[in-house]
Structures are given as C-alpha cells and as structure tokens.
Design a protein around this ligand. Structure first.
Ligand code: FEO
Length: 384
C-alpha cells in the first residue's frame, strides 16, 4: 500500500490477539503499523509485534526488492512495536537504529540487545536527511511512554504520530474510527492529557497532509476532525451531549433504578443516555463513555462495608486517568447500612472540577415510593 510516491505501508494485522496490552479486548484484532520511506537512503519507521517479525521482514524485502534499508527509526519501545527490532538488526547488519536516548536502555532491558556502533540518538528538533526527505523529530514524552519521539517528513508533509491517532482493530476491520479510537485513547493515554495537549501544539505548527499512526488506518482526509477529537479528549472536554449511567447490581434492584432513571432522562428529552452494567460490559467502553459525556451517574450497592467490587475497580480506572470536569450524580443501595455514596465520594476526592448533583438517591434494598420520587427529582435536575 502506497501512502505517497516514496512512502509505503509495511505493517501487519493481528487477528489472533486476545487482549491488547494484556487487558483490552480487541474483537476486530489489531494493526501494528510500520512504514518505509524510500529515498537516497531508506528508513523503516518502527518495527512490529514479535509474532509477526517474519511477515514484516518479508514486507520490507519485497518493497525494497532485496535492497537493505539504511535506518530503522524507533519512535516507541513498547513491545507491540519493538519486539521485531533484533530480528531486523540480525537480518540487516549494516542498518542503524535512530531513536531517542531513552530507548536504548529499554532495548537492552527488554531484549538484552545493544548496538553501540549502530545507534543514532535523536531528540526534539533534530533532523535526519534521507535525500529529498528530511525527517524532523518531535519529542512526545508520555504519549504513550517517556521515550516516545514522533517524526515529520516535510517533503510529503507526513506526520508519523507513534501511538497517537491510533485505534483498536486490524486494518481490514470495517468499523467507525471514533468509537475504537476513543476506547483506545482513554484506555491507554487518558491519564496524559496535558502531554497530548503539548503534542497538539507542536503538531499545529506543522503543515500535515497525512497522519501515519502505529495502529489503525492512515489518516489523510478531513484531518481537522481527528485533531479536534484529540483536542477534546486531551482537554477532558465534553464530546457529546448526553448522560452516562454506570451501575452494578447484585439482585437486580440497583439495575431497576438505573433503568428507571434512564427512562426518566429520555422522557425529559436527554439526547442520549448510555447505560453500562459494569459487571458485564467491557469496562473500557464504560470508561470511554464516562469521558465522552459531561454528566455521569454512578449507582452501586454497599458491599462488605465498602462498594461493590466492579464499581470500585471502575472508579479506580477513572481516578487513575484524572477524571475531571464532570457533573456526577450518585445512587446507592444498602439493605441495612447504606454507605456507598460516602465511599464513592471518598474515592473521587481530589479529582478536579467535579460538581455533585444536589439530588442523590438512597435505595433500601428495592425501589419504593420515596426512592422513586428521588429518582424523579434527580432526572429533573440533570435535564433542566
Ligand atoms: Fe502501541 Fe504504546 O504501544
């Protein structure tokens, strides 16, 4: 696949992976992207997951007609991109690794590999000339690891964005970009919004025709759409009008309350109500919904003097990513000593710009007239 006259896609699709990064389900697989820039000197942009080394090396060989590449640019050392480096270096003994100073110790730690004579260390503002193509390097620490560099090719106006602008899903998956890019973003770099904002400011100074990420499709049209979404996500802004209700339920009574509230909100004109059963849904979907909407309802039971485990994990997922700028409404259930609201509030303490709804709801075992009236009042407040 040609990206431009001189840039060729040489990545691979992984349709066997069960959990990306050991935790995210990827029903449509995963792509590990890699690119080849052909000029007087040739550069390979990143390697791929080690299960696909042979396929990737064949892609390089066939694109170059057997000629050896000069450089392997390593933008990111996470093993989904780095675990074929040693196979490449063995096959091409003249090739030089171009990477950030922080990458080389990682190469040794992960793979026991050192190439002291075959390293070119680059950082922010450095350039590498391939001939017509001059590569400029951009430091992007914590998007998604500290060693990350990104690369701009001024000749073809291509921005190689490492993990940024990636998504879950193999390249042959026919699915909406934003849905799986949002789940990927908040799962993987959600905590590092400030660093993504810094990156976006650097990217704004570049004239970009094409974004080549390490996962997901190459982006070459309507780039403002993707950049705007990244700006919203990384500034913890509201992407969509609506309300998300995240609940856990032991015997179905808290579930009934969540569903009743959803119906009330819809009846009162809320444009979208997303409802997640945290014990059964993909929790990464619930995380992305929670960052997507401005208003969040958390409903759970009191359990062992604390809150139900799935909700505890979920709130941990939110605070770990620095949830902020939300209106949060709380619903608790407790048959003899309800204390879930107190526990949830304590877990969210320290999060910035959180406004709690004036109305909260306490259910004692099952909905009754009193708690139903509180649900009604909460729905009224959230839609007014
Ligand atoms: Fe695609 Fe952070 O690795």
């Amino acid at each position: 696949m040609k990206i431009t006259d001189d840039i060729i896609y040489i990545g691979v699709n992984d349709r066997k992976l069960d959990l990306f990064e050991g935790q995210y389900i990827v029903p449509e697989g995963m792509a590990y992207n890699s690119y080849l820039i052909i000029d007087e000197k040739t550069a390979v942009m990143d390697s791929v997951d080690g299960n696909f080394s042979a396929e990737w090396l064949e892609n390089i060989e066939s694109a170059l007609g057997g000629k050896a590449p000069d450089y392997l640019v390593i933008q990111h050392m996470e093993p989904d991109h780095s675990s074929s480096i040693t196979a490449f270096m063995d096959k091409y003994p003249e090739a030089v690794i171009v990477s950030n100073a922080k990458s080389f110790p990682m190469l040794k730690n992960f793979y026991g590999a050192e190439y002291p004579e075959r390293q070119l260390t680059v950082g922010e503002g450095d350039t590498l000339s391939l001939g017509k193509h001059i590569l400029s390097f951009i430091a992007a620490p914590m998007v998604h690891w500290p060693e990350v560099i990104m690369t701009y090719d001024s000749a073809d106006k291509v921005f190689f964005s490492a993990d940024a602008f990636g998504k879950f899903g193999a390249l042959d998956a026919d699915e909406d970009w934003a849905c799986e890019a949002r789940r990927y973003y908040f799962g993987i770099v959600g905590k590092y919004g400030a660093q993504v904002q810094t990156l976006l400011k650097k990217a704004a100074a570049l004239e970009i025709n094409t974004i080549c990420p390490l996962h997901g499709p190459v982006l070459s049209e309507n780039l403002g759409y993707y950049l705007d979404l990244y700006n919203t996500w990384s500034s913890y802004g509201v992407e969509s009008e609506g309300i998300v209700i995240n609940y856990t339920s032991v015997y179905g009574n808290t579930k009934k309350a969540a569903e009743k509230l959803a119906a009330l909100l819809e009846a009162k004109g809320c444009p979208k109500v997303a409802v997640n059963d945290l014990a059964r849904c993909d929790m990464a979907e619930a995380v992305e919904d929670t960052f997507r909407y401005g208003t969040v309802v958390l409903a759970t039971t009191t359990y062992n003097g604390d809150i139900f485990p799935f909700m505890r994990q979920f709130i941990g997922d939110l605070t770990e990513r620095g949830i902020k700028n939300k209106k949060i409404a709380l619903i608790e259930n407790g048959s003899w000593g309800p204390m879930a609201i107190k526990k949830m509030t304590a877990m969210l303490e320290g999060m910035k710009n959180i406004e709690y709804a004036e109305n909260s709801v306490t259910i004692k075992s099952a909905l009754d007239a009193e708690s139903e009236a509180k649900l009604e009042a909460l729905a009224e407040e959230l839609t007014k």
